[in-house]
Write a protein that binds this ligand. Structure first.
Ligand code: HEC
Length: 391
C-alpha cells in the first residue's frame, strides 16, 4: 500500500512539475517575444502572434495592468503549490518516515532520526528566509550581484548538506531547497503582488509598477533554477553524481551549466540571436563535472582478485540484510527495487550494478548502515575487474 501511495504521489509530483515548469518556460518566452509596433497602443508592452494546435493566437501584455479588470482572469499558481505539496509529502514519506536509514549516514555525521528531520525541515525554511531577505535588501536591486551571491550561497548549501547527510539525501535536499525557494516566490511574492494589483484595478486606483517589477524578478530567478532543479531530482538514479567524492562540486557545476542553457533560450526568444557559445560553455562545465565524478581507484584494488567465497561473504554481511527475498533490516519488508543477492547467480549476474552502487560510488549500502569497509570495496572492485566469476 505504501508503495502505491508513493507511486501515485510521485506521479502527481512529476505531472504538476511539468505543468508548472512548462507554463514558466512559456511565459518567459511570451514576454521575450513581445513586439511593439507603431500602432501598439499606449500602456501595452507589445503583442506576440503565435500558432499552436491549429489556431492562431494574439497575446498582448499590458504594462502594469489593463485599464480595467477583465471579466475573467486566469491565474497560474496551483501547478507550483501542487508540486511543492506533493514533493514535501514524498520527502516525509520516504526520508522522514525512515529517517534512520535514508537521512542519517553515520559515516558522514552521527545523529538521531529526530535531529536529522529537524535539520532537514529547518534548513529548508532557513534557505527561503535567507534568499527572501537578500532579495528584499538593498542588494536586491543589483541583479548581477544578487545572482553571484545567490550562487555562492547555493554552493555553500550543497557543501553543507553533504557534511550532514549522505549523498543521496544531500541531493534531494538541494532539490527541495531550491524547489521551496521557487514555490516561495510564487506563494509569498508573485501571487500576493498580483492580488494587490487586481484589487487596485477593481477599486479604480493606479497600481504600483514596483509590485509587478518585483514579481518579475522572482519569476526570472525561478526560470534560471528550473533546469538545475530537474537535474537534481533525476540524479537519484545515478550514484556517480550524488555518491561521488566531489558530489557538491558536481552540483555547483550543474547549477552553472543549467543556467547557461536557460540563458541561451532566454536570449534567443528575446531576439538576441542564437548564442551557441553558451551551449559550448555549458558542455565544458558538464565535461568537467563528469571528470570530477570519476572516483579515484580504491587503494588495494590491484592486490589481485578475491575468491568468490570472500566476495559472497562480503555481500552476505553487507548487503543481504536488505537485498534478500526475506530482508531482515528493520523497516525493509520487501527487497528494495527487487534487487536480491541470495544466490551466487544473483551476485554474478548483477556485478555491474554492484560496481555502480558500491565500487564506483558509495551509494550502497544505504547510509553504510552495515559498515562496509574500503578494503571490502577494493576486493569487490578487483573481483569485478577480473571478470566477476564464481571461482
Ligand atoms: C539498509 C538496507 C540496504 C543495504 C544494507 C543495502 N542496500 Fe542496496 N538498496 C537499498 C534500498 C532502500 C534501495 C532502493 C533505493 C531507491 O529507492 O532507489 C537499494 C537499491 C540498490 C540497488 C538498485 C539501485 C538502482 O537504482 O537500480 C542496487 C544495485 C543495490 N541496492 C546494491 C546494494 C549492494 C551491492 C549492497 C551491499 C554492498 C547494498 N545494496 C546494501 C537498501 C540497502
Amino acid at each position: 500500500m505504501i508503495d502505491w501511495v508513493e507511486l501515485l504521489i510521485r506521479w502527481l509530483h512529476v505531472v504538476a512539475g511539468i505543468a508548472w515548469i512548462g507554463s514558466s518556460f512559456y511565459f518567459i518566452f511570451l514576454d521575450a517575444s513581445l513586439v511593439k509596433t507603431s500602432d501598439t497602443p499606449d500602456g501595452v508592452a507589445g503583442d506576440s502572434w503565435q500558432v499552436h494546435g491549429g489556431g492562431f493566437y494574439r497575446m498582448r501584455k499590458f504594462l502594469v495592468a489593463p485599464g480595467e479588470m477583465p471579466a475573467e482572469l486566469h491565474w497560474f499558481k496551483y501547478e507550483a503549490y501542487t508540486t511543492w505539496l506533493s514533493g514535501f509529502f514524498l520527502l516525509g514519506l520516504i526520508y522522514y518516515l525512515n529517517a534512520g536509514l535514508y537521512l542519517v549516514d553515520r559515516g558522514v555525521m552521527d545523529m538521531t532520526p529526530a535531529v536529522a528531520i529537524a535539520v532537514s525541515a529547518g534548513s529548508l525554511a532557513a534557505g527561503w528566509l535567507v534568499y527572501h531577505g537578500l532579495c528584499r535588501s538593498p542588494l536586491g536591486d543589483n541583479e548581477k550581484l544578487l545572482a553571484a551571491l545567490g550562487y555562492i550561497l547555493l554552493v555553500a548549501a550543497a557543501w553543507g548538506y553533504t557534511q550532514v547527510f549522505g549523498g543521496r539525501a544531500a541531493y534531494v535536499h538541494m532539490g527541495a531547497l531550491v524547489g521551496s525557494i521557487m514555490v516561495g516566490n510564487v506563494f509569498f511574492v508573485i501571487i500576493p503582488n498580483q492580488k494587490i494589483v487586481v484589487a487596485d484595478l477593481i477599486a479604480g486606483r493606479a497600481p504600483d509598477p514596483d509590485l509587478g517589477r518585483r514579481a518579475k524578478q522572482r519569476s526570472l530567478h525561478n526560470n534560471y533554477l528550473t533546469l538545475p532543479v530537474v537535474f537534481v531530482m533525476i540524479s537519484g538514479h545515478y550514484p556517480m553524481t550524488y555518491a561521488s567524492q566531489w558530489n557538491w562540486l558536481v552540483l555547483a557545476g550543474i547549477f552553472i551549466a543549467g543556467g547557461l542553457v536557460r540563458h541561451f533560450f532566454n536570449m534567443k526568444h528575446a531576439g538576441r540571436g542564437a548564442q551557441y557559445w553558451l551551449w559550448l560553455a555549458a558542455g565544458v562545465v558538464v565535461a568537467g563535472v563528469a571528470a570530477l565524478s570519476a572516483r579515484e581507484p580504491r587503494p588495494g584494488m590491484s592486490a589481485g582478485a578475491a575468491s568468490f567465497a570472500e566476495i559472497s561473504a562480503i555481500i552476505e554481511t553487507r548487503c543481504t540484510v536488505c537485498h534478500s527475498a526475506t530482508p531482515r533490516y528493520e523497516g525493509i519488508t520487501t527487497p528494495p527495487l527487487g534487487v536480491v543477492f541470495d544466490t551466487p547467480g544473483d551476485i554474478t549476474s548483477q556485478a555491474t550494478r554492484i560496481q555502480a552502487q558500491a565500487v564506483a560510488s558509495d551509494a550502497m549500502p544505504l547510509g553504510n548502515v552495515t559498515g562496509m569497509t574500503e578494503a571490502e570495496r577494493a576486493a569487490l572492485a578487483a573481483w569485478i575487474a577480473a571478470g566477476a566469476s564464481v571461482k
